[in-house]
Design a protein. Structure first.
Length: 387
């Protein structure tokens, strides 16, 4: 009897043990599965958060650089990589290893002492002028430095605009000072007694009148270019026949051409453009006047036009003067730029004519350019929509 009971008890215990073991194993499997799901969810959330952060950092216009506690690069966004023209991954490298910029490395060292740097300006080395505005801060936690954050903003365009403004003010001051000095000098001479000599007074008054006219033209050109650049000019667009308009400008400038015995050749085909008549006349007047002014004596100034495949009308003004040096062609349409300063001032003019031409054509949706070969004259082209 007892052996049977003992065997039954052991069997019951074995069965109970196996049941609890299976339950325990199922429980462990469930816990492992839950932990795995939790870990997977956590990894997914971490990846998603990292992706969102990278998307946010890469959408920034400013360059962003994050360094770890050992001053090695932990993160660099797309704008930063573009600013420094970087292609390869620079994470894990120091500033000197990645960029070879001692000034920036010294700035990072300075942050360890001062904690933050605001408004630091740095010029990047290289062939083209580039400037960066840098703000930086060291990241501390309980007194320990955990990293460094640097934010970069490209200042190049602002620097160029500032330099352009300074050059513009300097040029305007110079252009105003010369005729004003002449006018003041001759007026003082007249007041000192020259007015009593009719012959001398007449010559002096002619000089004063000529320089007053120069001032008037300069002021008018300044106002014109200011309006054109600001977009305040409203164009009265209409169909304008080129050949008659060129003939009108030739007629207005005939006396100047005759003084140098220059032949004016109107090859304008029977073409029409969509343009503001007064502004187009201003463009042609400036270009033809320059061609007469800088062309050779007893030469020829030719104006012609052709239709292009894109529905545009390409007009040219050509002279047969000494031509323009290749390095000057790209700057011809800058305000106050002169190829030969001495000759230009001797010939007169404000130095704004070609800049006005450029802005008028661009306001019409066209483009303007020039070609030249030394000793063989220069040709100025512009395009306008056909009518």
């Amino acid at each position: 009897m007892w052996p049977v009971l003992t065997i039954l008890a052991l069997a019951a215990l074995a069965t109970l043990h196996l049941w609890w073991r299976r339950k325990f194993l199922r429980s462990q499997a469930a816990v492992r599965n839950e932990l795995e799901q939790h870990r997977s969810l956590q990894e997914k959330n971490t990846v998603q958060l990292r992706t969102q952060q990278e998307a946010l950092f890469n959408s920034m216009v400013e360059g962003l650089l994050l360094l770890d506690e050992s001053r090695r690069i932990q993160l660099a966004n797309r704008a930063f990589m573009t600013m420094f023209d970087l292609q390869a991954d620079i994470r894990g490298k120091t500033i000197l290893e990645a960029l070879r910029l001692h000034e920036l490395a010294e700035l990072v060292d300075l942050l360890a002492i001062g904690g933050h740097v605001l408004g630091h300006q740095m010029q990047l080395p290289g062939p083209g002028e580039r400037w960066l505005h840098i703000n930086g801060a060291a990241i501390f936690n309980g007194g320990d430095r955990h990293g460094t954050l640097l934010v970069f903003h490209d200042l190049t365009r602002l620097k160029r605009l500032e330099r352009t403004r300074e050059e513009f003010v300097a040029n305007v001051s110079h252009e105003l000072r010369t005729p004003l000095s002449l006018i003041k000098g001759y007026v003082e001479t007249l007041l000192d007694g020259a007015k009593d000599n009719p012959e001398v007074a007449g010559k002096f008054l002619q000089t004063i009148d000529r320089n007053a006219e120069r001032l008037r033209l300069l002021i008018e050109d300044l106002l014109t270019i200011s309006e054109l650049e600001s977009g305040r000019v409203k164009l009265n667009l209409q169909s304008v026949a080129l050949q008659p308009l060129v003939a009108k400008v030739f007629s207005d400038l005939q006396s100047r051409a005759a003084a140098k015995r220059i032949e004016l050749n109107n090859q304008g085909a029977d073409l029409a453009v969509l343009a503001d008549t007064d502004r187009l006349e201003q463009v042609l007047g400036n270009l033809i006047d320059n061609a007469i002014k800088y062309g050779r004596s007893e030469g020829t100034v030719t104006v012609g036009a052709r239709a292009t495949d894109g529905g545009q009308i390409e007009t040219f003004v050509r002279d047969d003067g000494p031509g323009i040096a290749a390095e000057s062609l790209e700057r011809l349409f800058e305000r106050f730029y002169r190829v030969d300063k001495a000759r230009s001032r001797e010939q007169g003019g404000t130095g704004l004519g070609l800049s006005i031409v450029k802005h008028i054509i661009q306001n019409h949706g066209g483009k303007v350019w020039a070609t030249s070969e030394s000793g063989k004259g220069a040709t100025f082209f512009f395009t306008l929509p056909g009518a």
